[in-house]
Design a protein around this ligand. Structure first.
Ligand code: GDG
Length: 515
């Protein structure tokens, strides 16, 4: 980490959401950290970089959307020992088209392979451009030579290139937190939109995705949309190259490992186990979202109950859904569908003494979350599409006792790393039902073996490694600015070709030469 940080004067993080809320105190107001996928990851990184906390020169600057309540605050309330928050304010109508419209009604469903949910509105794209411009204005007022700017996620795809145009020698990273889909999906976007979005991302020096699949999809779109040459992991632009690579995001392993053993977590965990009469516990927690596969998970559990009456009254599915985007019609419809399905299953199988599903629609405190991670026998994580999924990694890290089974969808980015989970296809309800049965009867020795492998992986691939690898890629880029003449393999290739005594030209059409 030191090597990464030493090259840059300051770190400027830009994301749609500011990871803070403002708490009113007797002295005034103070910055408080929020929770969430991106936030958990970047804050862990910030903690790792916090060795120089307190010196204003090394504070981390975070640019993100600010609601109007922040407008009244003076700047001291937007700063603590580690961070300076820079809220970006924008017109409410622009925000609606940018965030609810283009980001959540188009990019989110499209990039998670739900094209029928995608809404293509020119007005929303205009708002998206205006909103990205507002972020640019905030950034250009703040940025100084020597800063490293790290831009996050699908709400800000245009920003890297906007910043590049405004400040050509800026050092810019970009990380994409959701899946980058195949070109067949990208092709659904109007031509000018897809050109702007891909070109926007290429304003960065280093572009990161969670998995190599997403990297390949992005590379394919770059060559199909912008016809740019790609050599190894680099996209070659006329005046520079862009490094594109997979950086699988992760968690603070030690934090989850040790929290799982704390006394307050243990107390709640025991309380839950007593309440559930020591039944086997299946647990899931997700934001309300159609990508998380909540309904098919319920159908898999229902099938398990139909096929395994001997397990009735001996297992309880604790399913927490965290409120999210529930002003959007699709999300309201999903909530209704989930609640109907839960009601139906509980009605079909429940008895006076046994509720097959304990459902709640609220967010958990961190202690409650840890208590459920450590109380459950099975974590049932079945998204139909998920960029990474941190919940499954947190569950594994919290199981210091080496007990418990992870059932994980093959459509989560995390499945590429956590191969010792029971990997299922979430739409295959029979496979989900079988996996539940397999997990419930899995011998302890096998649970231990699988957890040990996955825990070892996460210990070595924690969030600190994620940020370190990303920043190292940056440092390599900065310290070894590629000379297209000498550094890329193209030049040795040209020389070898010129010097060759005999040359063989192979011209391939549609797989003629394979194998
Ligand atoms: C996006 C991508 C990618 C959840 N419920 C509660 C709670 N959480 C915390 C979890 C975890 C985080 O929120 C959720 O992270 P995920 O990764 O599962 O999902 P998204 O929010 O969709 O995040 C995703 C991620 O970005 C990072 O790149 O992995 O694919 O969609 O940390 O612990 N925390 C508490 N109470 C809850 O009820 N305290």
């Amino acid at each position: 980490m030191n090597t990464s940080k030493s090259s840059f004067k300051r770190l400027l993080i830009v994301s749609y959401r500011l990871p803070f809320s403002i708490q009113q105190t007797e002295e005034g107001a103070e910055l408080l950290q929020n929770s969430g996928g991106l936030v958990s990851a970047v804050l862990s990184m910030a903690e790792q970089m916090g060795q120089n906390q307190g010196k204003s020169a090394t504070k981390i600057h975070w640019v993100g959307h600010g609601d109007s309540s922040l407008q009244q605050l003076n700047s001291s309330a937007l700063e603590n020992d580690t961070f300076v928050a820079h809220p970006v304010f924008m017109d409410a109508a622009v925000h609606k088209g940018f965030y609810e419209g283009f980001s959540n009604d188009l990019i989110w469903p499209l990039f998670h392979y739900f094209p029928s949910y995608a809404s293509f509105k020119e007005h929303d794209f205009d708002c998206y451009k205006q909103a990205n411009t507002r972020f640019l204005e905030e950034l250009t007022a703040l940025i100084e030579p020597g800063d490293l700017v790290w831009i996050h996620d699908f709400q800000l795809m245009l920003l890297p290139d906007m910043l590049r145009q405004a400040i050509p020698d800026a050092t810019i990273g970009y990380f994409f937190h959701i899946p980058f889909p195949t070109y067949e999906i990208i092709k659904l976007l109007p031509r000018t939109w897809r050109q702007s979005l891909i070109n926007g991302i290429l304003g960065a020096d280093v572009v990161g995705f969670h998995t190599t699949d997403y990297v390949q999809h992005f590379m394919q779109s770059v060559s199909e949309v912008l016809y740019l040459p790609i050599i190894n992991q680099r996209i070659i632009l006329p005046d520079r190259a862009v490094i594109v690579n997979a950086f699988p995001i992760s968690i603070d392993f030690n934090k989850f490992n040790s929290s799982g053993q704390e006394a307050d977590v243990f107390a709640i965990q025991q309380h839950y186990k007593n309440l559930l009469r020591h039944n086997k516990i299946i647990f899931s927690v997700d934001r309300l979202d159609y990508t998380k596969g909540i309904t098919s998970r319920l159908l898999g559990y229902e099938r398990f109950l139909i096929q395994n009456p001997d397990w009735h009254d001996k297992v309880t599915f604790v399913m927490t859904v965290v409120p999210s985007r529930d002003k959007i019609a699709q999300y309201q419809e999903l909530k209704r569908e989930i609640e109907e399905t839960v009601g139906r299953i509980n009605g079909l199988f429940g008895t006076i003494g046994w509720r097959p599903i304990v459902y709640s629609y609220r967010s958990l405190t961190f202690t409650e979350l840890m208590a459920l991670y450590t109380a459950c026998n099975i974590a049932l994580i079945t998204p139909v599409r998920d960029g990474m999924n941190l919940v499954c990694k947190e569950f594994v890290a919290s199981r210091h006792d080496l007990k418990g089974v992870l059932i994980l969808s093959e459509l989560a980015g995390a499945a590429q790393e956590l191969q010792d989970a029971i990997i299922i296809n979430p739409t295959d309800t029979q496979e989900v039902a079988d996996a539940i049965k397999q997990a419930l009867v899995m011998p302890l020795a096998e649970q231990e073996r699988r957890l040990q492998h996955m825990r070892k992986h996460l210990q070595n691939h924690n969030v600190f490694r994620w940020s370190h690898d990303f920043l190292s890629a940056f440092n390599d880029m900065i310290t070894n600015q590629p000379s297209l003449e000498t550094d890329l393999p193209i030049q040795p290739f040209i020389s070898a070709f010129s010097d060759a005594h005999k040359r063989l030209l192979l011209v391939d059409f549609d797989g003629t030469l394979a194998p």
